[in-house]
Write a protein that binds this ligand. Structure first.
Ligand code: ATP
Length: 276
């Protein structure tokens, strides 16, 4: 199967944040995450403004993924705070962070390999009536209706992500790039305000990368805030409004793409580190 799937119809795509909605301001203040003596994230502060695409870059081992995991609730913070639209989410477990409107994808996609693409995307929403044990006896009509609505929404999002041609294939049998799009589709099922993407372009062929970029731009136009880790500089420079640069657990620069690449400490960090 070719990776160059056509993107879905962006004009009529799924109901993901209406155009102009501006929620999803993510603010990290003094975030610390340690592994023993290693301060992997060492007092990081930055803001991903609502409706912006913010890039998070830095050499290998800078602490970017650890920061993502701390923001998404996978790691308890050892210091600092994370706020989403003014609400503290820094002490919440991942499912609560998710229900506040922050979703993320992983550097290495984690689909349910033995389920189809459609099933993977449908599997996301929580608190459907069908998942509450007694409801399948007491409110079978509600369960059937929710299941139908869930399937319709999943199929709209699958189309939007250009995955319709593979929706009946097992997620384990599609390419790595397509699996990244499945991750994006799964994240969109929650109608998030903020999306954290961990290396969406890594290992993806150029045609599919264009699809991913195009979908990010379209979602951003609809008001979604993005925070994106990526080593592909063309990708970051062309897509991001604002860039935060990390090295050895700290923020060493931030600003527009033009501003940050000109800064000597950024050049130094990259020349001194192992850049992928
Ligand atoms: N689970 C862990 N246990 C112990 N140390 C860890 C763990 N995860 C990350 N580290 C360490 O934390 C530091 C930051 O790693 P992290 O993966 O966050 O960097 P990164 O900027 O995402 O790197 P890359 O670009 O290579 O993915 C590194 O020194 C790494 O070895």
């Amino acid at each position: 199967m070719s990776e160059s799937l056509p993107p879905g119809d962006s004009a009529t795509g799924p109901s993901i944040r209406s155009e102009g909605a501006r929620r999803g301001r993510l603010e990290a203040a003094g975030v610390v995450k340690t592994f023993g003596a290693n301060r992997a994230v060492d007092g990081v502060s930055f803001t991903a403004e609502a409706g912006r695409i913010t890039g998070l870059i830095g050499p290998n081992g800078a602490g970017k993924t650890t920061l993502f995991n701390a923001i998404a609730g996978e790691y308890a913070l050892d210091g600092g705070s994370v706020q989403l639209d003014g609400t503290e989410i820094g002490s919440l477990p991942p499912y609560r962070v998710f229900s506040h409107g922050l979703a993320r994808t992983f550097q290495i996609p984690r689909p349910f390999a033995g389920m189809t693409v459609l099933e993977n995307v449908m599997f996301v929403p929580e608190r459907q009536a069908g998942e509450r044990f007694w409801n399948s006896w007491i409110r079978p009509g509600t369960v059937a209706r929710e299941e139908r609505q869930n399937r319709e929404r999943a199929r709209e999002i699958i189309e939007f992500c250009g995955l319709s041609p593979v929706e009946r294939q097992l997620a384990g049998s599609i390419s790595g790039g397509q699996q990244k799009l499945v991750e994006l589709a799964r994240a969109l099922m929650a109608d998030p305000k903020v999306l954290l993407l961990d290396e969406p372009g890594a290992g993806v062929n150029p045609a599919l990368l264009d699809t991913i970029v195009d979908r990010i731009v379209e979602l951003n136009k609809r008001g979604l805030t993005f925070l994106i880790i990526e080593h592909n500089m063309d990708f970051i420079m062309s897509l991001c409004d604002h860039i935060v640069v990390m090295a050895t657990g700290r923020v060493i620069a931030e600003g527009t793409p033009k501003e940050v690449i000109a800064q000597p400490q950024v050049i130094e960090a990259y020349l001194g580190g192992a850049v992928a």
